[in-house]
Design a protein around this ligand. Structure first.
Ligand code: SAM
Length: 408
């Protein structure tokens, strides 16, 4: 009998289809001298038989993940800075073009998106529980509330600022298991004609590319149009638009509105039909995905062990949250990957979660260049490969494991 849990959206039965083993917190980079026991949980993913929502089987308490020292910074990628600047400009000329508009962003992080809104003099509020990143947003002129967004937060924002034209969340809504509270809050906060827009990794891309490292503690839900449509209806909202995005390895931007407030776009029906046609939520498709993940684990470990036997140096590139899933699933430690190069100061000179692989600043990557770089930040491959032309010129090769293990 496969493992089962209760759906966080509809209380239906969630049946497990992939077990990724005991895993640490994906963003808990430890000081080398820290010998305390590392928190772990079982990372496994299942699908709800009733509403199709794909979700983790076990939940990690939110305070363990999002706290004063949460290290992820939105501004770390030039592609993402431009993505959020362009989106903010679009919002300013659409959702925020009316009389004295208000936008509330969940998980505004360092304020990368809201900076453009603030610079335009438009009313805004970022809700961000992680202290250090929220401080960066405030320093950049963004109005921030250090808090978890949930129903009570939404009600107090409405009391203070009035209703919102737009509630927005990027790479945040899928992090939040308590959807009932969030969506009740969103409904309470929105103006009748307002919209809740959120963008998150897309189940369709994850299955197609076998990007299993999108599954980790923070990514509680793997959304699809089918599951978001069902979730929206359940909470008195309607899915009125979907937009495929190339960022972060493939995402969808969903727009929800109050029923009847907007005419759903043709893109919604098209994506729902596409998911149906490819059987995205069928057990056989999800089982096939799980089989491919196990094959990647075997192939990656075999490649790294072969390179080690040949005396080759392999360095990791990008100490992403995603990399924790890969290293801990495959059992990759400092014996196979010398260190991980990363630009984020809060991760440098620390040890990667679980694996204990040291994280070093980018200067170490070129001192001297290794023969092979295991690209953990494969979702930024084009940007990184262009930046690391010198690595190539020195004869370096990239190892990728999505959609399968290959060297380029
Ligand atoms: N939106 C940014 C982006 O796309 O680059 C940051 C994404 S980061 C992966 C997720 C953010 O969500 C973190 O900064 C975290 O602190 C925040 N977060 C988690 N739970 C939240 C909640 N209930 N309300 C608001 N923010 C939350």
């Amino acid at each position: 009998m496969p493992n089962q849990s209760t759906c966080r959206v509809c209380a239906g039965t969630v049946t497990e289809f992939l077990d990724l083993g005991q895993q640490p917190l994906s963003d808990a980079f430890r000081l080398p001298e820290d010998t305390s026991a590392e928190f772990t949980y079982r990372l496994a993913v299942g699908a709800c038989a009733d509403c199709a929502m794909v979700q983790l089987m076990e939940e990690v308490p939110r305070e363990k993940m999002f706290h004063q020292d949460y290290p992820y910074l939105s501004q770390g990628s030039a592609v993402m800075r431009e993505h959020f600047r362009a989106l903010a400009e679009r919002f300013l000329s659409t959702e925020l073009a009316g009389e004295d508009p208000l936008v509330v962003e969940l998980g505004c992080n360092d304020g990368t998106m809201l900076r453009t809104v603030a610079a335009a003099g438009v009313r805004h509020l970022g809700v961000e529980p992680s202290g250090a990143v929220a401080d960066l947003a405030a320093e950049a002129g963004v109005r921030v509330r250090k808090d978890f967004f949930e129903e009570s937060t939404a009600l107090s924002i409405r009391d203070q600022d009035g209703p919102a034209d737009l509630v927005y969340a990027a790479n945040t809504f899928c992090h939040i298991p308590y959807v009932d509270s969030i969506l009740r809050g969103v409904v309470a906060l929105l103006k009748p004609g307002g919209a809740f827009v959120f963008e998150d990794p897309y189940l369709g891309d994850i299955v197609e590319q076998t990007s299993f490292d999108q599954i980790y503690d923070e990514h509680f839900f793997l959304f699809s149009a089918t599951s978001v449509d069902a979730m929206a209806r359940r909470h008195g909202l309607e899915l009125v638009d979907v937009e495929r995005l190339p960022v972060h390895g493939g995402e969808v931007r969903y727009t929800l509105a109050l029923p009847g407030a907007r005419t759903p776009s043709a893109a919604v029906a098209a994506l729902l039909a596409e998911e149906q046609a490819r059987g995205l939520h069928d057990r056989a498709v999800l089982d096939g995905f799980a089989d491919r993940v196990r094959a990647i684990r075997t192939d990656l470990l075999a490649l790294l062990e072969d390179l080690k036997a040949k005396g080759e140096r392999v360095v990791g590139y990008g100490a992403t949250a995603k990399s924790a899933t890969v290293t801990n699933l495959c059992g990759i430690g400092p014996d196979l990957v010398e260190f991980i190069s990363d630009t984020t100061p809060a991760k440098q000179h620390r040890l990667a979660p679980g694996s204990g692989i040291p994280v070093r600043p980018p200067a170490a990557f070129a001192d001297p260049h290794p023969g092979y770089a295991l690209l953990f930040a494969w979702n930024h491959a084009a940007e990184i490969m262009a930046k690391e032309e010198a690595f190539r010129e020195a004869g370096g090769k990239w190892i990728l494991y999505v959609p399968d293990v290959h060297v380029v």
